[in-house]
Design a binder for this molecule. Structure first.
Ligand SMILES: Nc1ncnc2c1ncn2[C@@H]1O[C@H](COP(=O)(O)OP(=O)(O)OP(=O)(O)O)[C@@H](O)[C@H]1O
Ligand SMILES: [Mg+2]
Length: 495
């Protein structure tokens, strides 16, 4: 529902305290103005610089100028016997530290029920003091939808040939989704200056930059697809099938995402990065760890905003790497509950979002993840990536032998306990030092050896609980020590 429709509902139902969370005040005000004109409601705006302004009137009434207390009371002057009066207070969150102002707001919101006066706070954040929490309803001003982005494009590209035809127009709108109206306008204008027409590439560039500057999300655009990963066939086919099936228009049938659990170096992050290219969706990376570190206090707000952008960019992939790091403080102290609230925000979103956003999260240490994260419904599957099997290793070797241009006929080192990352590292070293693989292997210490206990614990946990990334069905630990596994999986064709 667009902002205007929701506002209209609340005002008709006489909710007298409304909080609009918006980064685009000009646009929100235009929507409010349109609504008030259609409904013949009286309205005014107030901000600290201009004081009270009545729309359509150059002269402002003297209602206390820039005094925020007087601003609250001035809404009563707008009242007419039969009508509704609305006062929009811009960036008023700045004044809510004052006890007097909180009191005045509270009184006015209650009184508003009698004389139908509505206070609307328009602010980029939601910071409602406890005393007022129950008095405000929050309305999010969504980012513009495709229709609106197209309108903006049509408004800017007015000369012949500037606006692309279908299907390029759709690609342009894909690129612009997730931008604010102003950002979209800027991106389109830049494209016109650079190429004399609207090009999706310019818009993508600018969006990548905008997201990076926001510090919330980054856009990953790599060239790898599933072919860059050896093995992991069950996982590949699960994601491909669930994401590319038809019927995505029905929110109930939309795929939600997967949680990848596994031994370090088995390709969890690499898989998540390849998924976008493979399925033709943009990949947004949410770095919750650094969000937590840098912005304590605003973290929840930022995460909410990031999820909001992801919703607007749908269909897309949202990638959260090393989820457990973000949640490390969840059971502990020291961050005054920030990470548990942040976690709550993510969980709620995972449950409630109806947008076509596919969440892919990775995790090395399930013991640090609270159990509710992997509950059925949150993800379509929790998948375990074990050390690659013999055939998978063969594929990975042959891929990296090619990439690093190494002699394909040389002997391969003993690699039973190796991950994909270790095979890659060995090939890289061999190329770097110009030595045979066997020699390079002496510098590779597999994580399954250095961290044997934690790898074993992980396997134990995953056994019977997770899907296997390599074979269809549930992962079962094959059991036994490294030696016995080696005997079982020995492939005579190797050597
Ligand atoms: N099956 C594989 N095929 C090809 N390359 C692989 C495979 N598994 C891992 N790699 C390579 O190993 C490197 C490390 O992988 P990646 O970072 O995805 O591991 P990870 O599981 O995310 O590890 P961590 O848990 O430490 O984050 C990457 O460069 C990746 O391309
Ligand atoms: Mg990783």
């Amino acid at each position: 529902m667009i902002l205007r429709e929701r506002l209209s509902e609340y005002i008709r139902a006489c909710f007298t305290g409304l909080w609009i969370e918006s980064h685009e005040h000009a646009d929100a005000l235009t929507e409010i103005a349109r609504l008030c004109r259609d409904e013949q409601w009286h309205w005014a705006t107030w901000d600290i610089e201009s004081g009270l302004t009545l729309p359509g009137q150059a002269e402002t009434p003297d209602a206390g100028g820039t005094d925020p207390l007087a601003a609250i009371r001035s809404v009563n002057a707008l009242v007419t016997p039969e009508g509704t009066a609305i006062l929009v207070l811009q960036n008023f969150h700045r004044f809510l530290q004052s006890a007097e102002i909180v009191q005045a707001l509270s009184r006015q919101i209650i009184a508003g029920k009698q004389n139908r006066t509505i206070l609307v706070i328009l602010a980029p954040v939601v910071q409602i003091p406890t005393e007022l929490e129950k008095m405000f309803v929050v309305i999010e001003h969504e980012l513009p939808g495709r229709e609106q982005l197209e309108q903006i494009a049509r408004g800017i590209a007015v000369e012949e040939g500037e606006l692309p035809d279908q299907p390029d127009l759709e690609r342009l709108l894909d690129a612009a989704s997730g931008l604010t109206r102003l950002e979209a306008e800027n991106a389109y204008s830049l494209s016109l200056v650079r190429h004399s027409r609207l090009m999706p590439e310019t818009v993508w560039d600018l969006k990548t930059q905008t997201l990076r500057n926001s510090g919330l999300l980054s856009l990953y655009r790599g060239s790898e697809d599933f072919s860059s990963l050896g093995g992991l066939e069950a996982l590949k086919s699960f994601c491909r099938r669930s994401m590319l099936h038809t019927g995505r228009d029905n929110p109930l049938r939309r795929p939600r995402g997967v949680l990848l659990l596994g031994v370090p170096g088995t390709g969890k992050s690499a898989f998540a990065k390849a998924l976008g290219r493979e399925t033709g969706r943009p990949t947004l990376v949410l770095d919750v760890g650094s969000l937590l570190g840098s912005l304590v206090g605003q973290t929840e707000q930022n995460v909410r905003q990031a999820l909001w952008i992801a919703d607007a960019m749908a269909p897309c992939i949202l990638f959260i790497d090393e989820l457990e790091k973000a949640l490390s403080g969840i059971s502990g102290q020291g961050d005054s509950g920030v990470s548990s609230r942040l976690f709550g925000t993510i969980l709620t979103w995972m449950n409630d979002h109806t947008s076509d956003v596919y969440l892919i999260a990775t995790c090395n240490d399930i013991s640090r993840l609270p159990p509710e994260i992997s509950r059925a419904e949150r993800f379509d599957a929790v998948v375990f990536l074990d050390l690659p099997g013999r055939q998978e290793k063969q594929l990975i070797w042959s891929q990296y032998l090619d990439i690093f241009q190494l002699d394909r006929d040389q002997r391969l080192p003993l690699d039973e306990e190796w991950t994909g990352a270790e095979i890659k590292a060995c090939c890289r070293l061999a190329a770097l030092l110009d030595v045979p693989l066997i020699q390079a292997a002496q510098n590779v210490v597999p994580v399954a050896v250095t961290a044997a206990e934690s790898v074993e614990r992980l396997r134990n946990w995953a056994s019977g609980r997770c899907l296997s990334a390599s074979q269809p069905g549930i992962y079962r630990q094959t059991g036994g020590t490294a030696k016995s596994r080696r005997r079982v999986s020995r492939d005579p064709s190797n050597n």
